[in-house]
Ligand binder design. Structure first.
Ligand SMILES: Cc1cc2nc3c(=O)[nH]c(=O)nc-3n(C[C@H](O)[C@H](O)[C@H](O)COP(=O)(O)OP(=O)(O)OC[C@H]3O[C@@H](n4cnc5c(N)ncnc54)[C@H](O)[C@@H]3O)c2cc1C
Length: 418
């Protein structure tokens, strides 16, 4: 079968890998000059299998109201008269119930544990050097109310195979000695020992090269997709600025732009860009080695070799990639408060990009109303974590194989239900 993959971010490259390794002819179309140069580029680096709770949860509602228009808040809304943003927002609010948040958490947990297994299967076959750390992720809390809620949530997740342990402040510092110098109070943490971290860009680009060398996968870089063309039953061709592409099957993996192009062929999926930021700098001896999540500021830390990456925040501002200094400053300040002696200004690189976010949280995979079009998109805050499992599931669906996990909450049918 000839498969055309649209987009060479982490999700497109992983789908390409699984399809090519099973003998399919795969071509990948990407507007950038290499793979992984958009949302995958400088993400938080966390393989946070245990962090399955969606942004849409009852706890976030009162905070959203407080945060929404404050520049230094973890979540900011830059209001624009955009009906898609308004509709997306209403769907997000509708998902902020205990029932929906529990459903999404269970669906994502099942998926993320599977994705971990799949990542390790890939690594057993393909030599990839991406600063992979298996040292776990420590979630830090500055007040007992949030910590108690997290302990309860960890108990809930335990029944689904997710192992997390409570750590008091002394135990946190023992695990990550750089916290000894913390410049603000922390009451304790939840440690997810099963979690990992690594450089998503290095992983994606090396895997893309491996696909070309080992399976002859063709990556058409610098090729801008202009329109998808269909006849109401199938995709007939993909038009680009470098000509027309045709295949037996097509995989949509264009990140935040997926929904824009899907609408051209009559498929309306609520994926909206949720902008995030990161900073990276050369780490000194006062920087952490263990991956951390600062739950107050909703930012994550990952050690990638000799550099430290800190990422997070959510901003709804449409398809706007600009790096806004007002959104970088709160990240820098949060780092300076937690690690006052960290070398934040040493060769700091700032970055922003758009997460392809669904209102419920989990991505959308698999079949569509067009027989030869498959989705691998909407991974939001968890594309690195879920990408491996997602690539394998989509390949299975295209080959009509029974997926290795149940797909409840992960397919387009969830939106048909409303
Ligand atoms: C600040 C931040 C921190 C994050 N931290 C984490 C983390 O710690 N852990 C985690 O699991 N996830 C994290 N994520 C989420 C993760 O990075 C994303 O979910 C993931 O990168 C999405 O991958 P993708 O392949 O869907 O999108 P992308 O990487 O954006 O890939 C889509 C590709 O499609 C291409 N494309 C788009 N339009 C066209 C066109 N017209 N023609 C041709 N090509 C086109 C783009 O160029 C792009 O390369 C973070 C995201 C952000 C922004």
């Amino acid at each position: 079968m000839k498969v055309i993959v649209l987009g060479a971010g982490i999700t497109g490259v992983l789908a390409a890998y699984f399809l090519a390794s099973r003998g399919h002819e795969v071509e990948v179309i990407e507007r950038q000059q290499d793979s992984g140069l958009e949302t995958t580029y400088a993400n938080g680096g966390q393989l946070s299998y245990s962090h399955a709770e969606p942004w849409a949860n009852p706890g976030v509602l009162p905070k959203v109201v407080k945060w929404m228009f404050r520049d230094d808040a973890p979540l900011v809304l830059r209001f624009q008269p955009d009906m898609r943003m308004i509709k997306w927002g209403l769907r997000f609010l509708a998902n902020c119930t205990h029932k929906k948040a529990h459903e999404s958490t269970i669906n994502v947990l099942r998926f993320s544990l599977y994705s971990k297994k799949v990542l390790h299967e890939i690594l057993a076959d393909v030599p990839l050097d991406f600063k992979h750390s298996k040292a776990g992720i420590l979630h830090l809390f500055s007040n007992n109310k949030d910590l108690d809620a997290a302990i309860k949530h960890a108990e809930f997740q335990k029944q689904y195979g997710c192992e997390e342990t409570f750590m008091d402040w002394e135990a946190c510092k023992k695990l990550e000695p750089a916290l000894e110098h913390a410049g603000r109070p922390v009451v304790g943490g939840i440690f997810a020992g099963m979690d990992e971290s690594g450089d998503a860009l290095a992983f994606t680009q090396q895997l893309a090269r491996y696909c070309t060398e080992k399976f002859g996968t063709r990556f058409h870089y610098g090729t801008n997709i202009t329109t998808l063309q269909g006849d109401g039953e199938i995709i007939t061709q993909v038009n680009t600025d470098k000509g027309v592409f045709k295949g037996d099957a097509y995989v949509m993996a264009m990140g935040s732009y997926s929904s824009v192009f899907l609408r051209q062929v009559g498929i309306d999926i609520p994926i909206y860009p949720m902008k995030g930021y990161s900073i990276s700098f050369k780490a000194n001896e006062y920087c952490p080695h263990v991956s951390l999540t600062d739950t107050d500021h909703k930012i994550v830390y990952s050690r990638l070799g000799d550099r430290l990456r800190i990422a997070g925040t959510a901003e709804f501002a449409g398809y706007n990639h600009a790096i806004t200094e007002k959104r970088i400053t709160p990240i820098v300040n949060a780092v300076k408060r937690l690690f006052p002696k960290a070398s934040v200004d040493d060769d700091m690189v700032k970055w922003a990009c758009l997460r392809p976010q669904t209102p419920d949280g989990p991505p959308t995979l698999g079949r569509t109303s067009l027989r030869n079009l498959y989705l691998n998109t909407g991974h939001g805050t968890l594309g690195w974590t879920l990408g491996p499992g997602s690539g394998k599931l989509v390949a299975d669906i295209i080959e009509n194989k029974t997926p290795e996990i149940e797909l409840a909450g992960l397919t387009v049918t969830k939106y048909l239900r409303g």
